[in-house]
Design a binder for this molecule. Structure first.
Ligand SMILES: [Zn+2]
Length: 134
């Protein structure tokens, strides 16, 4: 198994991991906040199904949790360690972060998960021979 970083970065940038076209949501909304949590079901250009069978979303949850727990919360602990914020604000900020950060990185988590999946399993891409109706 070889990790294909080109596929991962293509997906992380919001492009289809197979054809490279910019992936837009089903509603094709252009609002900034809509793009944060609008996860398209398929690539509108090549038809690659981005939301696969039930349970596929678990990878996106892992990315979301990981980015929140190991990306945002350590910053708050660092701010506390540097005495930029006190104990009360640390707790308030942490509680606020665990409720606000995950919805805002929802689409990013999906892109990272789809990129991770296809980077490890590039033969699952339609260009690798997989059927589109999976
Ligand atoms: Zn595509």
């Amino acid at each position: 198994m070889q990790f294909r970083s080109d596929i991962f970065w293509k997906s992380a940038r919001g492009c289809c991991p197979d054809c490279g076209a910019k992936v837009r949501g089903a509603a094709d909304r252009t609002g900034y906040f809509a793009r944060l949590w609008d996860t398209p079901a398929a690539c509108s250009s090549c038809g690659l199904v981005l939301r696969r069978k039930e349970g596929f979303f678990l990878g996106a949850i892992v990315w979301n949790y990981g980015l929140t727990a190991f990306g945002v919360l350590p910053l708050l602990l660092l701010a506390y360690g540097l005495e930029l914020i006190g104990h009360d604000w640390l707790v308030r900020s942490a509680v606020l972060a665990i409720f606000l950060v995950p919805p805002f990185i929802h689409a990013l988590s999906w892109r990272l998960w789809v990129g991770t999946y296809y980077a490890f399993l590039p033969d699952q891409l339609p260009s690798g021979g997989r059927r589109l109706d999976d």
